[in-house]
Ligand binder design. Structure first.
Ligand SMILES: [Zn+2]
Length: 314
């Protein structure tokens, strides 16, 4: 059975549409409407179709989206766009490539007719003029731009990239930021653990907190920053885990938290806390933290690379 991406790629071949192999996006212009089709990020059995359309200069109305989806007789599902995102619909992928291609064509046919009958026109996301556009990869997102706006957006992104290149990375401030973020993240890990959820999700949150903390204060992200963030995260999870035990010990021995925190090694030595159990708990939070953190760090560094790129799909 072919993967969702293979299905989209095959659909491009059978329908004569284009496929961007680098980003795995099926795109083109159908009727007067430029569109892009991506495998849905949260459910690979679906693809998302994006357009940028307006009516009398106004953004696409969610209610129209719902109506169009209803009229499509289960062909389409409307997705309420977040913020200024374009009109987006979900289409379920068929089991085979042929069926998927047909379904996407049906969806495009249906949508272009529905937009036309409701008075929606294809517009540029930047200048908002009714002109021919192309989906472009801008930073880490997708934008529908006319040729002129493509040039101006490229130029302004270039300026930003230059500005950032000239801003020095403030590593000491970054360390403080990473530690602060990691502390917050460690609290989440420990709190989730207390509630019985030891999952990769808490590791992911911890990693995001540490990375964001670093970037915020260092004014930049780099491989060095990612390593510092990871170390800060590991250190803070250690502290968080120990604090978790200290809370219990403080309650049990009726002493204050800081005293209990300092006494943890002694309590382990005396056997009041079982070393095996203590280490097992620590191992589990580390394991899940890393499971969540590693992909987060990798994708964050990847996004950093393409933060200011502006390219037409090809
Ligand atoms: Zn434009």
């Amino acid at each position: 059975m072919s993967s969702a991406i293979q299905k989209l790629s095959a659909a491009a071949e059978t329908t004569g549409l284009s496929f961007d192999r680098e980003r795995n996006i099926l795109y083109g212009t159908f009727g007067a409407y430029a569109f892009a089709v991506l495998v849905n990020a949260s459910n690979v059995r679906y693809c998302s179709i994006f357009f940028h359309v307006t009516r009398d200069g106004n953004a696409f109305i969610a209610n129209d989206g719902k109506e169009i989806a209803k009229e499509s007789n289960k062909l389409l599902q409307f997705v309420k766009p977040a913020g200024a995102a374009p009109a987006s619909f979900l289409v379920k992928l068929e089991k085979d490539e042929q069926g998927t291609a047909q379904r996407i064509l049906d969806a495009l046919n249906f949508l272009s007719a529905a937009f036309t009958s409701r008075g929606y026109v294809n517009t540029c996301e930047n200048c908002r003029h009714e002109v021919a556009t192309e989906p472009c990869a801008v930073g880490n997102g997708l934008r529908f731009l006319c040729p002129e706006c493509f040039e101006s957006v490229s130029a302004s992104m270039n300026d930003k990239a230059h500005q950032e290149a000239e801003t020095p990375e403030n590593v000491p401030a970054g360390i403080v930021g990473a530690l602060g973020g990691a502390l917050l993240g460690a609290l989440v890990v420990v709190l989730f653990g207390r509630l019985g959820y030891v999952t990769a999700l808490s590791g992911l949150i911890a990693a995001i907190c540490a990375l964001k903390g670093y970037e915020l204060l260092a004014k930049k992200m780099s491989v060095k920053g990612a390593i510092i963030s990871c170390i800060a995260m590991l250190a803070m999870i250690y502290v968080g885990h120990r604090a978790d035990w200290a809370i219990e010990a403080a309650q049990y021995f009726q002493v204050d938290f800081f005293k209990a925190f300092r006494a943890i090694p002694m309590l382990i030595e005396e056997g009041a806390i079982e070393l095996g159990q203590y280490l097992k708990g620590l191992f589990m939070v580390y394991l899940f933290a890393l499971l969540g953190a590693v992909p987060t760090v990798i994708s964050s560094l990847k996004q950093q690379k393409t933060k200011y790129t502006v390219q037409k799909l090809n």
